[in-house]
Design a protein around this ligand. Structure first.
Ligand code: BGP
Length: 477
């Protein structure tokens, strides 16, 4: 019988601290970049580092401040995850809960205790925590004082954070991801790395310097994780999604190839342990070569990741012809509109076969186990007068993607550790700051402006996913 998922396959859901936790000023927590990203039209310019916002401005609404208040409701929420039968729960640490400013010598005990309670709550139900060490957070003090990840000192502060986490949670957590969607830094550098576009700097060069620091920090984290507990498994993570050429013109294929390599570049370093030639050539050619220290090369070489985590929402389409320019939205980057695919309400192209192709490409390239840590459909849900939400569109999306993943495993032999559905409980959208872009199996009563009771309701997909997990992916109907 090989037409099934492996018996130890980790089914579950995923969230990130800044999009669900709230409690931004409680338990000694410091302010972070993710807190000062407002809802509304300025959001994008703040995230890409072109508009400086390092404090709250009462002209704006900041959705991360309260988010869905999981800080106070985590017990109720984890109980709901357990009811669905989750084997794994992917979540992230808010760095500024552990080190409020980021550069302190000693951690904040209240923050450490909070996550200990969360992990213990998971363990109570046999749920394995999968912890993203940084899901876009950077303490604001590290940005104001050091300029974010462009400063090499960030490696030391991150290392201190990792040491504390691995030691304190030894035995409670074994799966770690060093940076969420590390390739996001190229597109939204303030969100991903606390970088601001300054007049007197070449922003591209700054990005590559910050990337180098993150790559070295990730290798150091991997080293410490392995030294602290041999059962620790550490993963890198990219926002993935295969790029198709618009036509069979080799020039289009070449554009598609390069576009995919933009994301692979990070994994090439983290999984193989060295900068690939094409990247070195390009960085030299464009004057983007980062400063590297001798020890960095050794650290990268000796501390490659155990698994490759990815998010997948949509495929991409590219052309070499500048006149072909009809774009649609996608995770992180807009892409050409593919006439063979349907789109979500937010314009993201729905492509389950693209998921299978993406999984194959990553596995072919690295031959390391994959972990699908984000996949899902952002959609508007309507709650009827009886409190029911019939989200068949979400069930269909997930069903088709799970089938594609099953094919990748059974037909193609791709090794996959698990699958965590993004936003398993409704949370704040990273790109738009909206609440109405919902991904969850659990509905949260809150609107885009922050009104609502925060009450949780189970959607139709809640019962569907419960059955999927119960039957280990056999019953998808
Ligand atoms: C990824 C992020 C998540 C999440 C997801 C969905 O890029 O890692 O944090 O938000 O995309 O995107 P959005 O919230 O913009 O719909």
């Amino acid at each position: 019988m090989d037409d099934i998922f492996p018996s130890n396959f980790l089914w579950g859901g995923a969230t990130a601290a800044n999009q669900c936790e709230g409690g931004y000023n409680e338990g000694g927590r410091g302010i972070a970049n993710v807190d000062v990203i407002p809802f509304g039209e300025k959001r994008f310019s703040v995230m890409n580092g072109t508009m400086k916002m390092l404090d709250f401005d009462n002209k704006y609404y900041y959705p991360a401040k309260e988010a869905i208040d999981m800080y106070h409701r985590y017990k109720e929420d984890i109980a709901l995850f357990a009811e669905m039968g989750f084997k794994v729960y992917r979540m992230s640490i808010a760095w500024s809960r552990i080190f409020p400013k980021g550069d302190e010598k000693e951690p904040n005990e209240a923050g450490l205790q909070f996550y200990e309670n969360v992990f213990k709550e998971c363990k109570k139900y046999g749920i394995e925590p999968l912890v993203t060490i940084t899901h876009f957070d950077c303490p604001i003090h590290l940005i104001k004082e050091y300029g974010g990840w462009k400063n090499r000192k960030l490696i030391d502060f991150y290392q201190r954070l990792c040491k504390v986490l691995f030691t304190r949670y030894k035995g409670l957590v074994n799966y770690w991801i060093t940076f969420n969607e590390i390739n996001m830094i190229l597109h939204l550098p303030f969100l991903a790395a606390g970088l601001l576009k300054e007049e007197d700097e070449d922003f591209e060069k700054v990005k590559y310097q910050a990337i180098h620091h993150e790559l070295v920090a990730s290798a150091i984290a991997t080293k410490i994780a392995h030294e602290t507990d041999k059962n620790n498994k550490v993963g890198c993570m990219i926002a993935a999604g295969v790029t198709y050429p618009y036509t069979c013109n080799p020039k289009d294929f070449w554009e598609a190839y390069k576009n995919d390599r933009e994301g692979y570049f990070f994994v090439d370093v983290q999984a193989r342990g060295y900068y690939p030639n094409y990247a070195l050539k390009e960085m030299k050619r464009k004057g983007l070569m980062p400063d590297m220290e001798k020890e960095d090369i050794k650290l990268l070489k000796e501390n490659t990741v155990d698994f490759i985590a990815l998010s997948y929402y949509n495929s991409q389409l590219i052309s070499s012809d500048p006149n072909i320019s009809k774009l649609t939205e996608g995770n992180i980057f807009p892409t050409l509109r593919n006439p063979y695919l349907q789109i979500s309400e937010w314009g993201w192209q729905i492509d389950p076969l693209g998921f299978r192709i993406t999984l194959n490409s990553l596995y072919d390239r690295y031959q390391k186990p994959l972990f699908v840590v984000e996949n899902g459909l952002g959609a508007k849900d309507i709650i009827d007068e009886n409190g029911n939400i019939n989200d068949d569109y979400r069930i269909n999306y997930l069903k088709e993607h799970i089938k594609a993943m099953k094919d990748a495993i059974n037909e193609d032999g791709v090794e996959i550790i698990g699958y965590t559905v993004w936003g398993c409980i409704d949370l704040v959208s990273a790109s738009t700051g909206e609440m109405k872009k919902r991904y969850g199996f659990i509905y949260v009563d809150k609107d885009n402006e922050g009104n609502g009771t925060l009450k949780r309701y189970k959607k139709k997909s809640f019962y569907w996913y419960k059955k999927v997990i119960e039957t280990n992916g056999e019953d998808l109907e």
